[in-house]
Design a protein around this ligand. Structure first.
Ligand SMILES: C[S@@+](CC[C@H](N)C(=O)[O-])C[C@H]1O[C@@H](n2cnc3c(N)ncnc32)[C@H](O)[C@@H]1O
Length: 219
């Protein structure tokens, strides 16, 4: 079955993987530096550069026109997603923080993406519930509070176009995900991972990139 062939477990591999992806442009590099300076320890919430490259590629591969992001922070992933959309495409970016998304807005401007990204400030569950059910979503990225993932997933998968893709971040929880006794966000993420795996509407795969990124494609 090849179960033991997972070479990503070697501690030297993550840096190698990061170095062998298309590197972020100057705008994304500046955003990463400014996020570290402004938010200190919270900067770890930002997706990794190779995840950003992957998100852009996945949005391009799905030919997405309408995308939704749950958890925008200072805007790194939103820029990567918006850049992959077809011309005329739109990203709805959801977050609760006015302060962090003010940084995102500045960088959307710098990246020339203001016409493609619409910010919805407020609890994402309410934002998603209020979205129309007859406007199919092509691509979604979930990267907010972990106990909220299951609720976000239900709202998104119901609205997802056939062949549409949901990506969920942090599904490995720093490598603690397989520990049934672990605390913190691990129980919520284990429940989320089980929910996705059991959902007959989708196919999914948990990629061991960064802190784990699960790709979920609706039939
Ligand atoms: C991990 S960060 C997102 C990082 C972002 N994807 C990036 O690449 O920079 C999580 C974000 O979720 C937001 N958040 C937390 N709870 C939320 C909720 N209930 N509704 C919407 N956003 C929420 C936080 O304000 C924070 O900005």
């Amino acid at each position: 079955m090849g179960v033991m062939k997972a070479s990503y477990q070697d501690p030297s591999v993550p840096a190698y993987v990061a170095a062998h992806a298309t590197q972020p442009d100057q705008t994304l590099r500046e955003l990463a530096v400014e996020t570290a300076a402004l938010t200190g320890g919270n900067a770890g919430m930002q997706i990794s550069p190779e995840q950003g490259t992957l998100l852009t590629m996945l949005v391009q591969l799905t030919g997405a026109k309408l995308a939704v992001e749950v958890g925008t922070f200072t805007g790194y992933s939103s820029i990567c997603i918006a850049r992959g959309l077809v011309p005329g495409g739109k990203l709805i970016a959801c977050d609760v923080s006015e302060e962090w998304t003010a940084v995102a807005r500045r960088y959307w401007e710098k990246a020339g993406l203001t016409d493609r990204i619409e910010l919805r400030l407020g609890p994402a569950q309410q934002t998603l519930e209020a979205m129309p059910e007859d406007e199919p979503i092509d691509f979604a990225f979930i990267d907010a509070d972990k106990p909220g993932y299951a609720g976000y997933y239900h709202e998104l998968v119901d609205r997802l176009a056939p062949g549409g893709l949901i990506c969920a971040d942090n599904t490995l929880q720093g490598g603690r995900i397989a520990d049934a006794r672990a605390g913190g966000n691990v129980p919520a993420m284990r429940a989320f991972n089980d929910l996705v795996t059991a959902d007959p509407q989708v196919d999914s795969v948990l990629l061991p990139i960064a802190d784990g990124l699960t790709l979920i494609r609706k039939h």
